[in-house]
Design a protein around this ligand. Structure first.
Ligand SMILES: Nc1ncnc2c1ncn2[C@@H]1O[C@H](COP(=O)(O)OP(=O)(O)OP(=O)(O)O)[C@@H](O)[C@H]1O
Length: 878
């Protein structure tokens, strides 16, 4: 399971009570904030006054559970010098003078582990500790004994005391490990055999080769393309922390930081490193031995256990069903106040379920199942709750008994309803409270989710009092699952929790759909405008608060300078007063009586001077008090403002995220619109071109008048401008649409061509029919038909289809159908294509010569004599 490295930040309490703090932490929002307003989100932002116990409880309990489940765990502490790294891990020391409450993580961890083992006597365990120090890449065994076995917590503490005395002081790294091998037979009869190591590392404050190597490894792990093999063996420190960063341990990194302004830059470095570590994911697994999961119990014992398990599981399922049904049912009953038939059925079903549950759990709530032994499978329901299943033999004679049963049933129903209402309300109130209390605490040991949308149900360990049993073959332990849910999944927002809880409390609609609806509403409701408005207002407030904070910081700074000056003045004045009073007393001691009279005047002046200085000293002190009070007040106000700023910042981030998503959606819509417009323009252009190709005049809107030409040019320009604006992706979409258009046109063309060829075929067919008709006409009335046909053809040639029709009709009854069709076709052709107009001049050329003149040519001497024979009398001589 991938679990990111978890980060905690601990602020070292300021050395002086009134010294200025440049870093603050907000344990509610888990944010560390700098004086400049920079925020760092961490898993645990521990407050400046965080006790050792709070620190341990805030994140070590799940780690211990994980460790006991067989996972490796690790705690790495780093930070500036003297910021409490050793204090956090070990505490102030192990001498008697130190109180138990000051103990650090390691002694607490050991105490807790031994305590847990005492609570689980079925577990056999072997616990070893080691304590190593790395100085200049050399390793020292603090306990001088390698692995040390500890049988109980007292022994472990003796070694802690020994090690504390023997450890080397100075800038070095300390690695303390606790390893445990444990064996136990689970309730399902299988052997669990696991091994886990918890390592605790106190890193050196001043960078050395080990720290540089560790930083490099962190960078490598965070790189976009991390190397396949990370060289952990480059130094002892990285080799020892192999599992803590990018390894198999569940790791917490604790950054100990100083809040003093002079350490500000170093503190920022530590915080940035913390953030880097947050990006590292470790693959946490359960370390099993080969014999893990081996059955230990006999088949008989197992089957007995399985049976009881089955009953228990069955009862649990039924119970869950009951609880989920009961609330809806009671609401209905409460609202309607009278039971309908459907309600009665529902309640009956509920009673059946409960009876099943009762039998499985062998708890006799209604007192009906007293004689029911351990049964397997579904138990029989008591007859008195089943009026519909009464035997026919009981029939009419039992009508009285029926009514009695009904009353009994109603009474029982009422009783059960009251009982369950009370129980459910109580249970739900408890769960609500528990859920709210534990929503952000690590005291949660188990969480289930039913479906991706449903809410996590969390069970606190303190309440259940039992550890979750790990089933055979299960690779993930309870603690792992819990961690995954805590770490990988985001907890539901407090607002949503409120809605869910209120919906239950008010009994509005207990079904989960309501919750879903409410959540959806919450997501859908904010409109872009509202978000913008809200964002503006919050931003304004945020800026105002920022300005105020800056102003306050300035004021605090100037007050502090003033304070320093006044303190210096006070010191100077006090010295002066001392000097003066010393001088006066010396004068009085050393002088003779005559001198004394003369000197008394001088002394009086000196005394006056002293009094004057004392008065001004008093005024200075008053001013100092005032300024101090003012500084405290300002600081308090500044702290409040800082917290408010953090909250506002989060709010702003949320709002900007929402508005960005709305903005993106709007932009996308705009782009799509532009794209659509461009496509439309292209369509029009294509149409225009098609019209030209087909020899038609372009459409009215695009006719070639000057005005339209201009508008077309404008349109084209606009089109080009739009095309320029389109992105690569949009251009692709556009081209695809254009391509589709061309393909469509091509297929339309092909269809048209097919139509033309079909028409040609038809024409040929008609021609052959006409020939056949002609042949037929040749037969009996050939002469008449010939004439008619000639006449018809002449008419057709001249384009007079109507007249051709009249000729056709007068020909012959046999051929009249064909002729009719022919004429129809001719009519069509005549309608579609006007006959070509041949110029009369050309027609003349085509006309056959009619009534040709006959002439006889003779030769007489040197003359040719041409005589026209038709006109016998006429002769021409040339
Ligand atoms: N949160 C704290 N509460 C009370 N005392 C603290 C806290 N943090 C540190 N101290 C005290 O500050 C002193 C320095 O702490 P510690 O030695 O743990 O710092 P360190 O970071 O380990 O120092 P080094 O840089 O030498 O390793 C100790 O006396 C310790 O008791």
């Amino acid at each position: 399971m991938d679990i990111p490295v978890q980060i905690a930040v601990r602020l070292k309490p300021p050395s002086l009570e009134d010294s200025t703090q440049c870093i603050f932490s907000n344990p509610v929002t888990q944010i560390v904030i700098t004086e400049s307003g920079q925020t760092f989100h961490v898993n645990r932002a521990l407050p400046v006054d965080c006790t050792q116990a709070n620190l341990f409880n805030s994140f070590m309990i799940p780690q211990i559970n994980c460790f006991l489940d067989g996972c490796d765990t690790s705690v790495v502490v780093f930070g500036q010098p003297k910021t409490g790294k050793t204090y956090t891990l070990f505490g102030p020391g192990f001498e008697c003078i130190h109180s138990e409450s000051d103990q650090g993580i390691i002694p607490r961890f050991l105490t807790e582990i031994f305590h847990k083992f005492n609570q689980m006597p079925e577990r056999e365990f072997v616990l070893h500790i080691t304590w190593m120090q790395i100085v200049d890449n050399n390793i020292f065994d603090v306990l001088s004994a390698g692995l040390v076995r500890c049988f109980n917590v007292e022994e472990a503490f003796q070694y802690l005391q020994l090690g504390w005395r023997q450890r080397c002081p100075g800038n070095n790294h300390t690695v303390f490990t606790v390893s445990v091998e444990q064996k136990w037979v689970a309730t399902n009869g299988v052997l669990n055999h696991r091994m886990s190591t918890a390592s605790f590392c106190d890193l050196a404050a001043y960078p050395d080769s080990g720290l540089f190597a560790l930083e490099n490894i962190i960078k490598e792990l965070l790189a976009e393309n991390p190397p396949k093999q990370i060289n952990y063996d480059q130094c002892i420190l990285t080799a020892m922390l192999r599992d803590s960063f990018g390894g198999r341990a569940f790791t917490w990194v604790i950054g100990c930081i100083s809040t003093e302004p002079e350490d500000y830059q170093d503190t920022l470095k530590i915080l940035n490193l913390c953030l880097c570590c947050r990006g590292i994911k470790n693959f946490v697994t359960v370390n099993l031995f080969a014999d893990n999961n081996t059955p230990v119990y006999t088949d008989k014992t197992l089957s007995q256990q399985n049976e009881s398990n089955f009953n228990l599981q069955f009862a649990t399922t039924q119970w869950i069903k009951l609880v989920s049904n009961a609330e809806g049912l009671f609401n209905k009953i409460l609202q309607s106040k009278s039971l309908t038939e459907a309600d009665v059925n529902q309640v009956t079903e509920w009673l059946f379920l409960k009876a099943e549950c009762d039998e499985c759990l062998s708890s006799d709530v209604g007192g009906d199942n007293k004689d029911s032994g351990p049964k397997h499978g579904l138990p029989r329901i008591a007859e008195d709750t089943e009026p519909s299943e009464l035997s026919e033999t009981d029939g009419d004679s039992d009508s009285e008994e029926d009514s009695h049963t009904d009353t009994l049933f109603q009474d029982k129903l009422q009783k059960f309803m009251e009982y369950f209402k009370e129980k459910n309300d109580q249970l739900f109130a408890e769960r609500c409270e528990e859920y709210l209390n534990h929503i952000d605490s690590d005291d949660i040991t188990l969480s289930h989710t039913s479906g991706s949308q449903s809410l996590p149900i969390m069970t606190s360990q303190s309440n259940s009092g039992r550890r979750r049993t790990i089933q055979p073959g299960e690779s993930l332990s309870g603690a792992e699952l819990e961690l995954l849910r805590k770490v990988a999944a985001k907890a539901i927002s407090p607002e949503s929790q409120r809605i869910i809880i209120e919906s239950h409390k008010k009994d509005l609609d207990p079904e989960p759909k309501l919750i879903e609806r409410e959540l959806l509403k919450m997501i859908d409701l904010p409109k872009a405008d509202e978000i913008c408005k809200k964002y503006k207002i919050t931003k304004e407030k945020y800026t105002q608060k920022q300005n105020l904070t800056r102003k306050l910081s300035k004021e605090i700074n100037s007050s502090q300078t003033q304070l320093k000056e006044l303190i210096n003045l006070c010191i100077a004045k006090e010295r002066l007063i001392d000097d003066l009073s010393r001088a006066v007393s010396q004068n009085t001691q050393n002088k003779t009586h005559s001198d004394k009279v003369e000197g008394s005047l001088i002394d009086q002046d000196a005394l006056k001077e002293i009094r004057r200085h004392e008065t001004s000293l008093k005024t200075y002190k008053k001013q100092i008090d005032q300024i101090k009070r003012q500084i405290k007040k300002d600081e308090k106000r500044k702290n409040t403002l800082d917290l408010e700023l953090v909250k506002d910042k989060l709010k702003l981030d949320d709002l900007s995220e929402t508005s960005i998503s709305t903005d993106i959606r709007e932009k996308k819509e705009r782009k799509l619109l532009e794209c659509e417009e461009a496509i439309e323009a292209i369509d029009t252009a294509i149409e225009y071109k098609n019209n030209l190709i087909c020899g038609k005049s372009p459409s009215a809107s695009l006719s070639d008048t000057n005005e339209n030409r201009e508008s077309r040019t404008r349109g084209e320009q606009m089109l080009m401008a739009r095309l320029d604006k389109l992105s690569h992706e949009e251009m692709k979409t556009l081209l695809y649409r254009y391509f589709q258009k061309v393909v469509d046109l091509r297929s339309a063309c092909a269809a048209l061509e097919a139509g033309v060829s079909a028409a040609a075929d038809e024409a040929a067919a008609w021609r052959s029919r006409a020939a056949a008709a002609w042949r037929h006409a040749q037969r009996p009335r050939q002469h008449h038909h010939t004439r008619s046909f000639h006449a018809m053809h002449r008419c057709l040639d001249a384009g007079y289809a109507e007249r051709a029709l009249s000729f056709g009709m007068t020909t012959d009854s046999e051929t009249s159908d064909d002729a009719m069709r022919l004429v129809d076709r001719m009519k069509q052709i005549a309608r579609c294509h006007p006959p070509p107009v041949i110029p009369s001049q050309n027609l003349k050329q085509l006309m056959p010569a009619m009534a040709m003149p006959v002439a006889k040519v003779t030769k007489e001497k040197n003359k040719l004599v041409i005589v026209q024979q038709s006109k016998n009398k006429e002769s021409k001589r040339i």
